[in-house]
Ligand binder design. Sequence first.
Ligand code: DGT
Ligand code: CA
Ligand code: CA
Ligand code: ZN
Length: 597
Amino acid sequence: MPASETNKQLARLFLTASKVLEVKGDNRFKAIAFQRVGRLLEDLSEDVRAIFNAGGRKAIEAIKGIGASSSAIIVDYLETGRSVDYDELLASIPDGLLPMLEISGMGPKTIQAVWQQAGVTSIDQLAAAIADGSLAGIKGLGDKKQEQIRQGIELLAKAGERPRLGTAMNVALPMLERLRELPGVERAEYCGSLRRAKETIGDLDFLVTVEMQAKPADVLTAFSTFPEVDRILGKGESKASILTHGGLQVDCRVVPARHFGAAYLYFTGSKDHNIRLRGVAQDRGYTLNEWGIYSKDKWEKHKRKPGEPPTMDSEAGETEADVYAWFDLPWIAPELREDAGEIEAAQAGKLPELIELADYRGDLHTHTNASDGIASIEQMAEAAKALGYAFLAITDHSKSQFQANGLDTDRLIKHAAAIRAANDKIKGITLLVGSEVDILSDGKLDYEDAVLAELDWVVASPHVSLRQSADKATDRILRAIDNPYVNAIGHPTGRLINQRAGLPLDMAKVADRAAQSGTALEINASYQRLDLQDAHVKVALAAGAMLTINTDAHSTVGLSSLAGGIGTARRGWATKANVVNCMTLASLRKFIAAKRP
Ligand code: DGT
Ligand code: CA
Ligand code: CA
Ligand code: ZN
């Protein structure tokens, strides 16, 4: 069950408070405690307000994992809509410091250093200080580090222009839901890059059809006064464009139902895909536009007010499938529409049968509260079972990830026993004892082979030294692939979208070795990562490598966040046969066994 709005607001409050404390650096334990409470609230299925209304302060204090100072903040917030403690904490540092956390290379310690030692209190000041050399001499801020931060600031500026898929989706879905509830609205869908599941989104494109008697302008007026709207950029009879408070543009178009398919196709794009289709239509003496397919001669003579639907009949246009059928093509999935060979494949009857969510049988990269997750083994298992999964691998962090509470060998052995015990207890799903073992900077793994040999499933991931040269980085990953106990490489490049470029891997080499050795390459479904990315997926498949798509969930809620990973796989033309998560458990076990000595 998703967290309630109150839970989400409180979770944000605690996570921010934790960051403030970290920047101040004066109460590390409290910072960790606040972070845990934040994550716990994100994952709590019961509404905190309902708990409070039913049982008062005592009931809040009784929630496992919430201590005295946290429950005081929660109660304060529930009673008054704010928390004095939190407000005071937030006011105790300059406003411009927290946004710096978004910059790659800027952790709380570095922010503290530039603030205390150079008086830097905003991103603009930070950029200026790097440019004029005034950070020289500050411990931990050598030339290399400063260059890293400079690049991070540049990347962050780009993030403002093209937010991540997940961010855009979070804006789009509630707006669409509200559009669908408006009187007269028949259908409302998102198109554009969002529908094609691109990793970043320039703007949102909505398409709406209304019932016969309804007026499009009324729908657009309602849309323009949605709470998300900061500014109306333009509004006409059939189209409105607005800017959200977050700075995202949303275009909303209303068309009659008989044109829906043609408009859906047109506004889904990509532009290149549309241009190719239009070319084919032109060769046949027809024109394809957002209204449908029309004979070229007739269309040119047809008189029509701009923006208004044509009154003449179209060859096809009510559904996308109709339009493709006119071209003698099967319907082409939006993720393929990039003019990257999909039209040729469709003509030849060789479109891939793309992987779907329903093909997915289990998550193979998840964390529990043994390392930096917030849920127990049992809670994760029950949540996975509720999703209908056949298996779930628990893969907590290894020992060098000390900041994530990574497990040393002794703790790992105990954890493995606990996972096996939980597996015996819980029926209907199989738990695999796993690890997300760190790939150290030279490609060595963070556990001995003898330890890895005790596990059912091993994901090896790079987390540190993510600025290596291509040669060094590629050798590092190849060495991890060569380990017979490593079943998958987690988020292979370590990139963070709009934040960190990640390892510049020679993907063809990595994919080859992965294919030869029987090692899967991960598409990490986290919207921050989407790593492998779509182009890498194509390289992996061309080499014959297997993929694994995982959420890397740190909570039960996180297990549901798979769409970005599936979308990326589809953009890379992957079918269920390419993805180990779609295997039966028996086949998966064979895949694992085949690599072992
Ligand atoms: P974005 O917003 O930059 O992430 O990418 P898109 O693909 O959503 O692009 P956008 O919002 O400019 O336009 C949405 C769709 O509308 C695009 O994918 C295809 C269609 N479209 C826009 N402009 C043109 C055009 O000049 N010609 C054609 N054929 N289609 C266009
Ligand atoms: Ca768009
Ligand atoms: Ca647009
Ligand atoms: Zn992980």
